[in-house]
Write a protein that binds this ligand. Structure first.
Ligand code: HEC
Length: 476
């Protein structure tokens, strides 16, 4: 770039007078004089920090902290307000917000909302500080006219300068110049600004515009794609292990007519074969009906017992012809229809604990612990049907917000009459609206719970660990 002239011409404008000083002391003195003469658009330049220059120039405290404070407080209000709106908002019909009930907790609680608020305050304050600093310093600036003055280059070496801007109301070309010489300036020079300096070169403007336009292409493409339907699978950027060389159990090969699907493992097009009828997996032979079902042995067919709880998973329509359905129905005589108890006869429940269940202290205590874990939430620790979940659900039901069947009191005279086999079955398969616990609680533990339920029903057996409160509640 060619060195431009520092002269006031048609496209040059006088922006100030620059005075050169030879030592920091005379710079500070001149600054003081200038300030006292009423100049305020002045600035000093030196190769190193000069003590006392700030007060000499009369530089006021920066307003940046107040600016940041205001932005920070605004951020605080926005952060809290946003969360209030999203969780507990109930301002006006125009701006209603959302009431989110989560586990019965209060809609709005200050401590829970502090982290987000804090983060927003910090973020907005940091951005305000950064941008505020730029704005207050009038940055970014494309060019500074001082750089045109060759003398000024020594400001980083051994010379000191004072600039009085033409913007200053006190500024008068001749008068200011003579004042500066009077205050000890060795040289006073005009500072002229080239009006074209503050404009971006046209090639840069063009490049900026082009970049902005190019940057618009990806978002435009994304928005366009979002508004369109496509038959292609979506882009899978990180596949992880989503596609593997494997067959899912019981996947059916695509129907290719007579042609055998080349990839399938078996001729019938399946990825896995059905179990051979009559086979029983290890550990799945539930012959002891009393122990595994709570039903007197001899009253159940072998097929029912042996397949109890075995889910073959072969549910595709091809195998559900009529004969199979008949068989299935025949296989489940012990499963009473849930909605209509009269539809199926009550099985012959065992009334005594099966021979291999030894009711002793260890079993009762095990049962107590399992009961407290699984059952007390609804039935209460003493089995009176007053557990916490039940209490909450009843409260919700009372105000019409939920539907709930009260958990039975195990001390209800009718319930007390239930034989142990039926209690075992209730735990295993559920009853009425109570869900099954077969998959959570192993058979031994189910019997332990039955024993403890019996203890709660005040039948004389009781674990030594029974708390006084529970004991009292049982006695009542
Ligand atoms: C989610 C709540 C809930 C839990 C947990 C629960 N129950 Fe129940 N229970 C009920 C309800 C509700 C009923 C009444 C069902 C009905 O009559 O529709 C009931 C009924 C019963 C009955 C009486 C059944 C009958 O023969 O009429 C027994 C016995 C019983 N529960 C035992 C237990 C045991 C033991 C556990 C722990 C393994 C347990 N419950 C866990 C809700 C629960």
């Amino acid at each position: 770039m060619t060195e431009k002239q520092n002269q006031e011409t048609a496209d040059q404008k006088l922006v100030g007078l620059l005075a050169q000083f030879e030592d920091p002391g005379s710079l500070v003195r001149a600054c003081n004089e200038a300030r006292e003469s009423g100049y305020n658009k002045i600035d000093a330049y030196s190769p190193f920090p000069v003590h006392g220059i700030d007060p000499a120039l009369g530089i006021p405290r920066t307003i940046l902290p107040f600016f940041v404070l205001i932005i920070g407080l605004t951020g605080c209000a926005v952060g809290l307000g946003m969360q209030y709106y999203a969780n507990a908002g109930d301002w006006s019909p125009l701006f209603p917000g959302y009431n989110f009930m989560i586990s019965g907790k209060p809609f709005f609680s200050l401590p829970a909302n502090i982290p987000v608020t804090f983060e927003i305050v910090i973020l907005s304050s940091a951005i305000a500080t950064f941008l505020g600093m730029w704005a207050l310093n009038r940055l970014p600036r494309l060019a500074n006219p001082l750089h045109r003055i060759s003398r000024f280059k020594r400001v980083t070496n051994d010379k000191f300068f004072l600039l009085i801007e033409t913007k200053d109301p006190q500024f008068k070309r001749e008068e200011t110049e003579s004042q500066l010489s009077q205050w000890g300036a060795s040289v006073v020079e005009e500072v002229n600004e080239d009006l074209t300096d503050q404009q971006l070169p046209s090639w840069l403007q063009l490049a900026g515009l082009m970049t902005a336009l190019i940057l618009l292409i990806p978002p435009v493409l994304i928005f366009r794609a979002e508004g369109m339907t496509s038959r292609k699978p979506r882009l899978h950027v990180v596949p992880d292990m989503d596609w593997q060389e494997k067959y899912k159990t019981q996947t059916l090969a695509p129907n290719l007519g007579d042609e055998q699907h080349p990839n399938f493992l078996f001729v019938d097009g399946r990825a896995m074969q059905e179990p051979i009828p009559g086979t029983i997996a290890r550990g799945d032979l539930y012959t002891d009906s009393e122990y595994f079902r709570g039903i007197k042995s001899g009253t159940e067919s072998f097929a029912t017992i042996s397949t109890a709880g075995v889910h073959t998973g072969l549910q595709d329509a091809a195998h559900q012809d009529d004969s199979h359905q008949d068989e299935a129905a025949k296989d489940k005589p012990a499963e009473p229809a849930k909605d209509d108890p009269a539809a199926a006869p009550e099985p012959d429940w065992v009334t005594q604990f099966p021979a291999n269940v030894h009711v002793n202290q260890a079993l009762l205590e095990r049962g107590q612990r399992r009961f407290n874990i699984y059952c007390s939430v609804c039935h209460g620790y003493a089995g009176n049907g007053d557990g916490l979940v039940n209490a909450r659900a009843m409260a919700l039901a009372a105000s019409g917000q939920a539907q709930w069947t009260a958990a039975k009191s195990l001390n209800d005279p009718e319930t007390k009459k239930n034989p142990v086999g039926r209690i075992f079955d209730t735990i295993s398969n559920g009853r009425g609206t109570m869900g099954p616990y077969k998959s959570q609680i192993p058979v031994e533990d189910r019997w332990a719970i039955v024993a403890y339920v019996r203890a709660l029903q005040g039948t004389g057996i009781k674990p030594t660990t029974m708390t006084k409160a529970v004991e009292k509640a049982v006695a009542e």
